[in-house]
Design a protein around this ligand. Sequence first.
Ligand SMILES: [Zn+2]
Length: 94
Amino acid sequence: MTFDKNKHREQGHLYNTTQWRKTREFILSQSPFCAICIEMGIDTKATEVDHILPVRLGADFFDTNNLQGLCKKCHAKKSGSERVIKPKYKKIIR
Ligand SMILES: [Zn+2]
């Protein structure tokens, strides 16, 4: 799998678009609880929207089937584990 640096840079600004805000609100209204916490039997309010398959691995940014609500803690944990799997992307991911 090749990694397109420029493509990733272009996607960063998508978080500031109205379309993303609407998509995000839609996901949080559909799944108000953290998807990872629910699997552990805990109801935690989802405050962040996560790309299940990371966009940099080819996912569509606005694909609602690829989005899930997560709490801040799980989102950070998930992003963290992705970083461990792909350490060479560390500098690019915020
Ligand atoms: Zn959670």
